[in-house]
Design a protein around this ligand. Structure first.
Ligand SMILES: NC(=O)C1=CN([C@@H]2O[C@H](COP(=O)(O)OP(=O)(O)OC[C@H]3O[C@@H](n4cnc5c(N)ncnc54)[C@H](OP(=O)(O)O)[C@@H]3O)[C@@H](O)[C@H]2O)C=CC1
Ligand SMILES: CC(C)(CO)C(=O)C(=O)O
Length: 311
């Protein structure tokens, strides 16, 4: 990232999160959004339509691309917002563009940064605790923001996160530096482990987590995740699982009560989910450490079954 004057940003896998980010960044950067053809056609024709807490209106100036040949050579930074299930494939497709450039992940789950590090030296870990959805081709909705975006050095050039933070902040997106982004990814994953699969399976918004029939399952998922994180040496901001659960039920579930998480849309659209980067990952690590994870194993099994039997 040489210059902050007119940075050129490439967003890889632009759907709900990536197109929303593109819409905001276009005020401060030249933005290329690698997206599917239907989004690209709609954006070329009339711009990106945004609604919600990141602003309402039609945003021009985003250049959609559908392959690496359409990306100019002068990219300063890459941000990946594809699903974790697509990380390797999209990195392969855009490998020539990624190589030698700082690349940030805003994806949920654990394991994406390790894959990205195979394609470039400077990797920035990131989290975003805002609800995004696709309302149609080239049309996104941004609802409920519960915490600022977090960005922090994963590998390589330690100055890269600071430069990206400046760009993101100047676009009006709340963002903070995270000096332990490995723990930051786990911290964000707690919320997704607690609510994403349940909402996807029950076809319910996040508020369902507080239902008296469901709450106990959420408690089990999080207590197991805490035990596994502890065995992995991950430092979480809440000392105990029950401290985090208090935050989840008093802040995060109310903030997102009325909206549906990303995994809900995956199952509804018959797509693969990120379950193996979330609850499935916890179950796998639990096995390795000899920690029982019956809640996470059960929920991961149910999601895998639902993936294989689209409704
Ligand atoms: N939605 C949310 O509220 C939040 C999501 N996240 C995380 O952010 C990440 C992205 O989520 P979200 O934006 O909801 O997901 P989306 O599915 O809406 O967006 C990802 C987009 O990338 C596209 N894509 C995949 N591969 C390619 C490719 N090779 N070339 C071009 N486009 C490609 C997908 O197309 P296709 O579907 O056709 O494969 C899809 O349109 C996930 O890790 C999610 O967990 C984090 C915080 C909040
Ligand atoms: C924070 C939350 C729940 C917002 O939708 C999310 O990360 C997701 O949908 O995956």
């Amino acid at each position: 990232m040489k210059s902050l004057q007119h940075p050129v940003i490439l967003i890889l896998g632009a759907g709900a999160v990536g197109l929303s980010l593109a819409g905001k960044l276009t005020t401060v950067a030249r933005v290329y959004a690698a997206c599917r053809a239907a989004h690209a056609a709609a954006i070329r024709e009339r711009g990106l339509i945004m609604e919600g807490v990141w602003g309402d209106g039609t945003v021009g100036g985003i250049t959609p691309v559908t392959g690496p040949d359409e990306v100019p050579p002068a990219v300063d930074a890459v941000v990946i917002t594809a699903k974790g299930t697509d990380t390797r494939a999209i990195c392969e497709e855009y490998a020539g563009v990624i190589r030698g450039r700082p690349m940030a992940s805003l994806q949920n789950g654990i394991g994406n940064e390790e894959i990205i590090a195979e394609y470039t030296d400077t990797v920035i870990g990131g989290t975003v605790t805002t609800n995004f959805s696709v309302a149609g081709p080239g049309r996104v909705r941004v609802q409920s923001e519960s915490a600022p975006m977090h960005l922090g050095a994963w590998s390589g050039d330690g100055g890269a996160p600071g430069r990206l933070i400046e760009i993101v902040r100047s676009a009006g997106i709340p963002v903070e530096a995270d000096d332990d982004i490995r723990s930051g990814k786990w911290t964000k994953a707690l919320l997704n482990i607690a609510v994403n699969p349940l909402c996807a399976l029950l076809l319910a918004p996040v508020g369902v987590a507080a239902d008296e029939n469901i709450r106990e399952i959420v408690v089990g998922l999080i207590r197991e995740t805490y035990a596994v994180a502890d065995a992995e040496g991950v430092r979480l901001p809440w000392a105990t699982a029950d401290d985090y659960l208090a935050h989840l039920f008093s802040v995060q579930v109310p903030d997102f009560a009325a909206v549906y998480p990303s995994m809900y849309y995956d199952l509804r659209r018959g797509r693969r989910t990120e379950i193996d980067l979330l609850n499935g990952y916890v179950a796998r690590l639990g096995k390795r450490h000899g920690i029982p994870t019956p809640h996470n194993r059960c929920i991961a099994g149910l999601v895998r079954y639902a993936e294989a039997h689209p409704r």
